[in-house]
Design a protein around this ligand. Structure first.
Ligand code: FCB
Length: 437
């Protein structure tokens, strides 16, 4: 075949494909002291001992990072709204906070960047947490009310909504592994209850959004982990792996897809018919592969271990636990899993903790190859958001894990591009101009 200079550029990515970066309020805004994560930080529960503090200074000056994002050539940016700013006390609405969010959304439009807005990214206002968070049935109504108020205030500036970020991570880490607030361990029943309420709150929010906005594009962000048995020959590990895969990757998604309440959601309530079909797209957050193995000597981790074989590619390790194997092929598996929804798919997060940018370039290029393959086979993939633009406050790992295309010094607020920033920008440019140049 002639590959000479006259060959027409190859356009694998649709012209309106969204190339973006993803962020969340508590991790970047700074000055959030009225949510359960800031309380958790004060209690010294962050493994690195850090606090979010001024984070990336977005509440004062998100615009400087919007400029950085624009310099990469992105046409999308995912950010989240801080519920505790918008409704600092139950039923009290802070118009100044909504005005600042309006400014931010406008600033994105001015730069030709389409905002994707997450309504809930792990943080709850303190008053809501004190009422029991998503453990209570009342949470559904309260979340729907916050959604209506917010969409009414910002709806002229945004049509792409993410109701919840990673409801599976919120329930598993908060109620089963105890790594996130409220730090409960082994509460299988409560975790199931929380997941049910998150499904119901998602569906109520989905309906609230659509009743205010006929052209809304609403869904949620599903965290997907590729699990593999640690010892494939051991029946216990194979069973455990299948069990974790179904409970963690499937429970929330299956409820939205089918309206059935899978185990253990069916043990704490009846079917969830009213949540069926409440999404206009499926959003996927994909990062890593983990080996799951039974370990009876490990009560601290519920008698199982999630590990990474030492010879596999990894970004930086967490303070106590490995972050996961960098396994870009898993992106395909995640997309294939959610194709049964017959809805558009967005990769709403993908990245690797890698302070020295050792393997991020490879992760970016390999993820790109996965997406090209999937699009070539007809997958309805509409966008890819890299986590994240700059380093930011990484939850219970604090500032220890660095996910940025730009290195950020939280003390001086200085930003410096890692080599990956240029690589991502080149990927975007080539995907628009064709790959044959
Ligand atoms: C995801 C979270 C996001 C960030 C990345 C690294 O699970 O949604 O806030 O912490 O991991």
């Amino acid at each position: 075949m002639d590959n000479g200079p006259c060959e027409a550029p190859e356009h694998i990515f649709p012209a309106n494909f969204i190339w973006g970066v993803a962020t969340s309020a508590h991790q970047v805004e700074g000055g959030n002291f009225n949510n359960q994560w800031s309380a958790w930080e004060k209690q010294g529960r962050i493994k690195s001992g850090d606090r979010a503090g001024a984070a990336c200074d977005w509440w004062r000056n998100a615009e400087q990072d919007f400029d950085l994002a624009k310099s990469l050539g992105v046409n999308g940016l995912r950010l989240s709204l801080e519920w505790s700013r918008i409704e600092p006390e139950e039923g009290c609405w802070n118009e100044a906070a909504l005005a600042r969010y309006r400014q931010m959304l406008q600033a994105l439009h001015e730069r030709g960047i389409r905002p994707f807005v997450t309504l809930h990214h792990f943080t709850n206002p303190i008053w809501f947490e004190n009422k029991g968070g998503f453990e209570t049935a009342e949470s559904v109504k309260l979340f729907a009310r916050y959604t209506s108020r917010t969409v009414a205030a910002l709806g002229d500036l945004c049509t792409d909504w993410v109701t919840f970020n990673e409801p599976n991570v919120y329930a598993a880490l908060g109620y089963f592994l105890g790594e996130f607030p409220p730090g409960k361990k082994g509460r299988f029943v409560q975790a199931a209850m929380v997941t049910r309420n998150l499904c119901l709150a998602h569906a109520a929010a989905y309906r609230a959004i659509h009743s205010l906005q006929t052209n809304a594009n609403a869904g949620w962000a599903q965290h997907y982990v590729v699990f593999k048995p640690r010892r494939p020959q051991a029946a216990a590990d194979r069973w455990l792996c299948g069990f974790i895969d179904r409970r963690f990757n499937e429970n929330f998604a299956e409820s939205i897809e089918t309206g059935a309440a899978p185990f253990p959601l069916n043990k704490v309530g009846s079917e969830l018919a009213e949540v069926q079909g409440t999404c206009d797209y499926v959003g996927i957050n994909y990062y890593s592969r983990l080996r799951a193995g039974v370990d009876l000597r490990s009560p601290k981790t519920m008698f199982f271990q999630l590990t990474v074989p030492p010879h596999k590619p990894q970004g930086d390790r967490g303070v106590e636990l490995p972050y996961g194997e960098a396994y870009p092929e898993g992106l395909r598996r995640a997309v294939e899993r959610f194709q049964s929804f017959n809805k558009p798919i967005y990769i709403l997060e993908n990245g690797v903790p890698d302070r020295e940018d050792r393997i991020r370039p490879w992760v970016l290029e390999s993820s790109l190859e996965q997406m090209k393959g999937l699009l070539g086979e007809g997958a309805d993939l509409r966008g890819y958001f890299h986590w994240s633009l700059t380093d930011n406050f990484e939850w219970n790992e604090g500032w220890h894990l660095r996910f940025g295309l730009f290195d950020l010094d939280p003390v001086t607020q200085q930003r410096r591009p890692r080599p990956s920033a240029r690589i991502f920008s080149e990927i975007i440019r080539k995907s628009r101009n064709g790959w044959s140049e």
